[in-house]
Write a protein that binds this ligand. Structure first.
Ligand SMILES: Cc1cc2nc3c(=O)[nH]c(=O)nc-3n(C[C@H](O)[C@H](O)[C@H](O)COP(=O)(O)OP(=O)(O)OC[C@H]3O[C@@H](n4cnc5c(N)ncnc54)[C@H](O)[C@@H]3O)c2cc1C
Length: 247
């Protein structure tokens, strides 16, 4: 069944960090938006030039995390990462101005951390920071573990308040694969781990192989996803995901 669509208007924009721009979307359609999807995602309907598409027919779809939903204000907030090779999604996020109208589709759910785990290990890049932040916000105060996060610059290091037992390692301004090295360097703890990770496609494959094949983490204890693919549009990225023989 086709996912519901919501016609929304840009109500405000906010520069969170040098490379992360928050766009607040509002509109009466959001009265129908279901509760509990923070950390899940919506798809923006776009034209190839980065302008809003009039409807689903022939539109490019780009996924963005539901960073926050304010039910009373009927406000949906998304964070857009900037990167050099802007496709339609990045372009729209960078240029959005108050009053712009766009259609979003969804929401889709993203799996959270396994609540039965003894400790947590989260890893992600700037595109994953919105979703990873929601996961961190949901941790109980006595949670323990690590978060390894890759960002383009030191000023992009923004996180919600963390449980005291969760340590954060930042990988600043490095190539995507540096995230893998830093995750591998996290001391492995006793007990069961809950893994949450989202990143570039090849980075995801390397992390999945590390967790699954080297550390024996079971499927149920792990959310591991790729949010984009180097040198590939999102359409090509999706095709690569489908064809991935190691999945
Ligand atoms: C479930 C989910 C949630 C997501 N949440 C967010 C979010 O909250 N915020 C966010 O910013 N992104 C998020 N993403 C990632 C975002 O959908 C992709 O980065 C998407 O490719 C951007 O579309 P585009 O039109 O700008 O570029 P595309 O047309 O897909 O690609 C154009 C070029 O840009 C390159 N490219 C795409 N993304 C990046 C990147 N991050 N860094 C460097 N180069 C890149 C591609 O390799 C390609 O060469 C999410 C993805 C998924 C699957």
């Amino acid at each position: 069944m086709a996912k519901p669509t919501y016609r929304v208007t840009v109500a405000a924009t906010e520069r969170r960090t040098p490379n992360l721009r928050r766009v607040h979307l509002e509109g009466p359609d959001l009265a129908r938006f279901p509760d509990g999807f923070e950390g899940g995602y919506v798809k923006l309907l776009l034209r190839p030039d980065g302008s809003a598409a009039p409807g689903p027919e022939g539109a490019k779809r780009r996924s963005y995390t539901v960073r926050a939903l304010d039910r009373e204000a009927q406000r949906l907030s998304l964070d857009f990462a900037a990167h050099g090779l802007a496709g339609p999604g990045t372009r729209w996020g960078a240029a959005a101005e108050v009053g712009d109208v766009i259609t979003v589709v969804g929401p889709g759910a993203v799996k959270g951390l396994d609540p039965a785990s003894t400790w947590v290990l989260l890893a992600g890049d700037l595109t994953a920071l919105p979703a990873l932040s929601v996961q961190l916000e949901r941790l109980p105060p006595d949670a323990t573990g690590h978060a390894v996060i890759a960002v383009p610059s030191g000023d992009d290091r923004v996180l919600p308040e963390l449980p005291a037992g969760v340590e954060v390692s930042w990988v600043v301004g490095a190539a995507p694969q540096a995230l893998v090295e830093r995750v591998r360097a996290v001391p492995w703890r006793a007990g069961t781990v809950g893994v949450w990770s989202a990143s570039e496609f090849e980075v995801m494959r390397a992390l999945r192989s590390y967790f699954r094949d080297e550390r024996g983490v079971s499927k149920d204890a792990m959310y591991i996803s790729s949010y984009w693919k180097r040198d590939a549009t999102d359409e090509q990225h999706k095709a690569a995901k489908k064809a991935d023989p190691t999945a």
